[in-house]
Structure formats: structure tokens, C-alpha cells
Write a protein that binds this ligand. Structure first.
Ligand code: HAM
Length: 412
């Protein structure tokens, strides 16, 4: 779990602001849901036999003996909120986005943390593959906009309750003969969740499952048509993608389209964003039988990928340097009035020497410094210094606020 300090937080703010702006263009509204939910919500949605539910959740009992869990992801809480607040009665289509911390007890490494942050989006109520293409186009648009280029969009289809059992059977038959070559986790998965074996990253498993049957060869007519539609619409709008038939997501609620934005620059944590369709989830959680699709991006991974292109904290437009008690009182009032009018102003609070105050202004990279001593105050004149050129001019203190507001606007 990390602190996000000044100097890095500006990149976070940039990534969040761009998400608000771009998702807004596609009609998404923000939703904020609690960080804690009933444990059962995640067991029922993500799936009892997934890594997340089996070993990664921060679960505890509260004083009333309820089992609660720090959310390991955002989709289930958003769907819970959608159902509980009957959002479908407001609008048959809901486009929601969210951002915030998620918690998984994983082994930490570069790009993998126990408290991490997601920016996610969900569309509820549309089954047409055009919405899959829209979501993927929005994701691609976002990456291009924030300047992250080294990513590839990979898509797959995991079928539906009609065709998945057939695939599962074909896969189990294939794996049965190769159990000895699989890692311990995969031998367990073979019984509980065999699809996960196909995207195990352990080299031995990769090799053993090289010729495994493809999920795409087992799709029913409806899923095949839907997947073809997604690809066609992506081509129509020029959103580049590749098909990865071995991509199986680590959450059980997916049906049909699944996808990941992968990068080669983050080592083994190669997914910067991931998601898919979950057409059965809303009904399974007690809501109306509506389809859904969405994704989440890992913000820490986005920040790592943006690298050293650090966004500087904004520097003050004006620094007020006061000398003497009377001038300090005057300056303190002036600073507050200017801040209320929207100017970024700083001053020294502790009565330091002029030299020390100018040093501070320089460190903060203030554009201008207004120097006011007792003498200046008596003469109703201040010295306005331009830091870049080290030049100074005398200016009257009458109407000083208006003057400084205009001066700052000219310097922006
Ligand atoms: P997920 O694949 O579990 O999907 O997570 C989405 C993204 O969150 C990952 O691609 C990764 O960038 C980031 N992430 C996950 N775990 C960690 C971690 N321990 N440390 C840092 N980053 C991490 C979901 O969570 C689904 N709810 C996505 C979704 C939304 N599907 C449909 N709608």
C-alpha cells in the first residue's frame, strides 16, 4: 500500500481529469460506491473458486458479526448499487464510471499492490455489439489522449452458459492427459476452474497447454455472431485490436466479449486495463435480467507507463514579500482577498528576511513578487519584481488588487 506524494499526485490528477473528460464525451456519469461490501457480494459475483475470492480478499467481521470485505474490484459494488437504487427505472441504459482504491492480498511486486486504484466504466442495458465496440474505442481514445502508446488491445469471447459447458468439457478432456506437466495451482484449477489453466503464466503450463482447444471453436451461433459483430464495428471505426483466444479472465462473471489492454513495458503485470461482458451478473445478483459490459484500468500501472513525464505542481502567480509587522498584516489580508478572487498567491508566514523570502519565491517558481516594507506602505507604493528577469518596478498600492489580477491574467 503506497502513499501518493506531491510531485506524483499531479500525474494521478491528470489521469483522473482526462478520464472524467473523455468518458463524459461518451455519455458516462460518475458513481461513488462504498469501499466495504458484504463478503457474499464478491463470492457470488467474482466466483468462489477464483484466486481473488479464495485467497486475496481482506475480509473481517464487524461488531454485529457481519462478514464484510474491502472491495477487490468495482463491478460488483456498482451492480449492487444499480439494483438497490433501481437505476433501471430512471433510464433503461446506464453508463457509469468510478475511480478509487481496491484491495487484494496479493504478493506485491512492480505494478501489483495490495491497495491499488482503478478507473472503471460499466454500461448496463445494451446487448448490441456496437456498445462493445464503443467501450473499446473509448478505452483506446483514453490511452491515446493521455499519451500512453505502448499498448495493444486484445479481445476474446468466452461464450455463454449455452456453449461454455461444451468448451469446458473439451478442455478438461485435453488437460486430463497432461496433468503431470501442470503446476500445483493448475492441477487444482483443472477441477475447479479449468479455463484458468489456459492462461497460466508458468512456463511448464504454457508449454503443456500449447495445443489446447480454442474457446472460439466452441462458441454457439449467437456468441459467434456477437463476436463477429464486435470485430466488424471495431474495424468500422478504425480501433485496432488483435484476437487472443487464450485470454481467460480471473473473474467468473464474464460472458461473450472479454478484453485486455496489454503492454510489454511492465514485465509480468502486463494488463493495464481489462474487462468484458457480464450478461448474467445483474440477474444473478437479484436484479432485472439486463446485460452489462465494462472495464477497469489500473492507475498505478498507468502512472508507471507514463514514466518520467512528470507534471509539475502549479507555481504561484504571485508571491507577497512583507517586511515588518504592519506590512505583514496588510499583505496577509491582500493575499486572502486575491486568493478569493482566484489567484494562486503565496507568502512567508514567519517574518523572515527579504533575502530568505525571495529564495522561497524562487523555490516555488513564483512568476512575480510584490515587496512591501513599512516604508512602501507609508508611501502607498510596492515593488513588483519579475523573477525571470530580476527587474523591479514601483507600483501604487491604491487599486492594487485589480492591478495584480490583470497583471496575472496577462502573464498566464
Ligand atoms: P481485473 O482484471 O481484476 O478486472 O483488474 C483490472 C485492472 O486493475 C488490471 O488490468 C490491472 O491494471 C489493475 N489491477 C488489478 N489488480 C491489481 C493489483 N494488485 N495492483 C495493481 N493493479 C491491479 C476487474 O477488476 C474487473 N472489475 C474489470 C471489469 C469492469 N470488468 C467488467 N467491468
Amino acid at each position: 500500500m503506497n502513499d501518493i506524494l506531491p510531485g506524483e499526485v499531479e500525474t494521478w490528477q491528470f489521469l483522473e481529469e482526462q478520464a472524467r473528460r473523455i468518458f463524459g464525451l461518451y455519455g458516462f456519469c460518475e458513481i461513488r460506491v462504498p469501499v466495504v461490501e458484504k463478503t457474499e457480494l464478491f463470492q457470488r459475483s467474482i466466483g468462489e473458486t477464483t484466486d481473488i475470492v479464495e485467497k486475496e480478499m481482506y475480509t473481517f467481521r464487524d461488531k454485529s458479526d457481519n462478514s464484510l470485505t474491502l472491495r477487490p474490484e468495482g463491478t460488483a459494488p456498482v451492480i449492487r448499487a444499480f439494483i438497490q437504487n433501481k437505476l433501471h427505472t430512471r433510464d433503461p441504459i446506464a453508463k457509469l464510471f468510478y475511480m478509487g482504491p481496491m484491495f487484494r492480498y496479493e504478493r506485491p511486486q512492480k505494478g501489483r499492490y495490495r491497495q491499488f486504484h482503478q478507473i472503471g466504466a460499466e454500461v448496463i442495458g445494451v446487448e448490441d455489439p456496437k456498445i462493445d465496440a464503443q467501450i473499446l474505442t473509448m478505452l483506446t481514445h483514453y490511452f491515446a489522449n493521455v499519451g500512453i502508446a505502448d499498448v495493444e488491445l486484445q479481445i476474446n469471447s468466452l461464450g455463454c452458459p449455452e456453449c461454455r459447458p461444451g468448451y469446458r468439457q473439451a478442455l478438461t478432456g485435453f488437460l486430463e492427459k497432461r496433468l503431470d506437466a501442470l503446476c500445483d495451482d493448475c492441477r487444482r484449477r483443472y477441477r475447479t476452474n479449468p479455463l484458468r489453466v489456459v492462461d497460466c503464466k508458468v512456463p511448464g503450463c504454457k508449454e503443456a497447454t500449447g495445443g489446447a482447444p480454442s474457446v472460439l471453436d466452441h462458441l454457439c451461433g449467437s456468441c459467434r455472431g456477437h463476436f463477429a459483430g464486435v470485430q466488424e464495428h471495431l474495424r468500422e471505426v478504425g480501433t485496432a485490436f488483435t484476437i487472443n483466444e487464450r485470454m481467460v479472465r480471473g473473474l467468473d462473471y464474464y460472458t461473450k466479449t472479454t478484453f485486455e489492454m496489454v503492454t510489454s513495458s511492465l514485465g509480468s503485470q502486463n494488463a493495464v486495463a481489462a474487462g468484458g461482458r457480464y450478461d448474467g451478473l445483474i440477474k444473478d445478483l437479484g436484479g432485472p435480467p439486463l446485460p452489462g459490459i465494462g472495464f477497469a484500468m489500473g492507475v498505478e500501472r498507468l502512472v508507471l507507463m507514463k514514466g518520467d513525464t512528470r507534471i509539475e505542481p502549479s507555481s504561484p502567480e504571485l508571491f507577497l514579500a512583507a517586511l515588518g509587522e504592519e506590512a505583514t498584516r496588510y499583505t496577509f489580508g491582500l493575499m486572502s482577498r486575491l486568493q478569493r478572487r482566484g489567484l494562486h498567491v503565496e507568502m512567508d508566514y514567519e517574518g523572515k528576511s527579504l533575502k530568505a523570502q525571495l529564495r522561497r519565491a524562487d523555490k516555488l517558481m513564483a512568476k512575480r513578487v510584490l515587496i512591501i516594507g513599512e516604508e512602501e506602505l507609508a508611501r502607498r507604493q510596492g515593488q513588483l519584481r519579475t523573477m525571470e528577469t530580476s527587474t523591479q518596478e514601483s507600483i501604487p498600492l491604491d487599486n492594487i488588487e485589480d492591478f495584480l489580477m490583470k497583471d496575472a491574467a496577462l502573464n498566464r
